[in-house]
Design a protein around this ligand. Structure first.
Ligand code: FES
Ligand SMILES: [Fe+2]
Length: 356
């Protein structure tokens, strides 16, 4: 599991002021809350006294978090600021210390936590469309999937599963045959890996064609693993030769992928589409936004993916005993994603001390 990275713990609207949220992120227990001033804090979720879960406590008038077991109190930085059973000076409390704080950043409508050791090396990835009022942004989730976060990354890079897994909605047999261009970041800066699929004169399935009002047309789809916890998809569709003109329609789809542990993760999908100007050519007056329609149609799609990931995960419980996966040309992006994630994980592993 990769920890030296940013993981989303919610969209801004999910963290209301004054509520404690307990969660496990990348194998670490956390408690997070938004204070009265609007700032989000995240601390180790275990009380330093006897490990009681701090999320079961409460926030006091002065903004401190009181543990529900013996009443140790902590400020937003994790410092212990009060102990009912101890007549202590501030200096004494300072010596006692506190719980570990986690760096949080709220940016573009997303709350991010750095789960790594030490200081965050960079800023969280940008998701400008989510917070931009000229875009509609629709959230699906959060959904806990009983499968490794890696399996979702692999699923998102692998469109050859659209038939048969999504054959009843967005999938067509022809999706599997579209050529894939793959580009890996040369220096490790985001996006870490991206793919591009180009279709010309393509006959879309009814669902996807309906979103864009195009039965046969051109399409460019990009899929990027920005960082391990964020995936960005851009779908652009137009009638033949219409890409780059006013006839083009598009949406941006973010997936936040937040590992809980090695065998489960929290998944959010946020579809964003540019708000249509009233009266503009092609505007769908009175209809829900493209983002809302895509989100509604993809509830079933997401359930199908979740089913597949959880079934797949169950098979990892068995020893390999000579079993080995067979890969085909269209798995190239998935294999590259695996390699990148393996490399990031290996970098975090402690170097064994020399023998002797
Ligand atoms: S466990 Fe939290 S105060 Fe004792
Ligand atoms: Fe899928």
């Amino acid at each position: 599991m990769i920890r030296n990275t940013w993981y989303a713990v919610g969209l801004s609207g999910e963290l209301a002021s004054g509520e404690l949220h307990g969660m496990t992120v990348a194998g670490r227990p956390l408690v997070a809350w938004r204070d009265a001033g609007g700032q989000v804090h995240a601390l180790d979720g275990r009380c330093i006294h006897k490990r009681f879960p701090l999320a079961k406590g409460r926030l006091l008038e002065d903004g401190s978090l009181e543990c529900a077991y013996h009443g140790f109190r902590f400020d937003g930085c994790g410092q212990c600021v009060g102990i009912p059973a101890l007549e202590g000076s501030a200096a004494r409390l300072e010596r006692i210390g506190g719980v570990r704080p986690y760096t949080t950043v709220e940016q573009d409508g997303v709350v991010w936590v750095w789960t790594g050791d030490g200081e965050a090396g960079d800023r969280p990835p940008r998701t400008p469309e989510i917070a931009d009022v000229s875009w509609d942004a629709e959230l699906w989730g959060p959904c806990t999937v009983q499968a490794s976060a890696r399996l979702l990354v692999e699923n998102l890079f692998d469109l050859t599963h659209f038939y048969p897994l999504h054959a009843g909605n967005i999938g067509t047999f022809a999706d599997a045959a579209v050529a894939v261009e793959t580009a890996r970041s040369a220096d490790g800066t985001p996006p870490l890996l991206g793919t591009t699929r180009r279709r010309e004169g393509f006959r879309f399935g009814a669902t996807k064609g309906g979103w864009f009002g195009v039965e046969v047309g051109d399409n460019v789809a990009t899929h990027e693993m920005v960082v391990p916890g964020l995936f960005r998809v851009v779908e652009r569709v137009a009638p033949p030769s219409g890409l780059g003109t006013d006839a083009e329609r598009s949406f941006v789809l973010y997936h936040t992928i937040t590992p809980v542990d090695e065998g489960s993760h929290v998944w959010r999908r946020v579809v964003c589409s540019k708000r249509e100007e009233a009266g503009a050519a092609g505007a769908s007056a009175g209809r829900p936004s493209l983002a809302a329609r895509v989100t509604a149609d993809c509830v079933q799609v997401a359930e199908e993916d979740r089913w597949a990931l959880e079934e797949q995960q169950r098979m990892f419980a068995f020893p390999d005993d000579g079993f080995r996966e067979v890969h085909i040309k269209s798995d190239a992006a998935v294999l590259l994603a695996r390699r990148i994630l393996d490399e990031l994980e290996a970098r975090e592993r402690p170097v064994p001390a020399p023998a002797g």
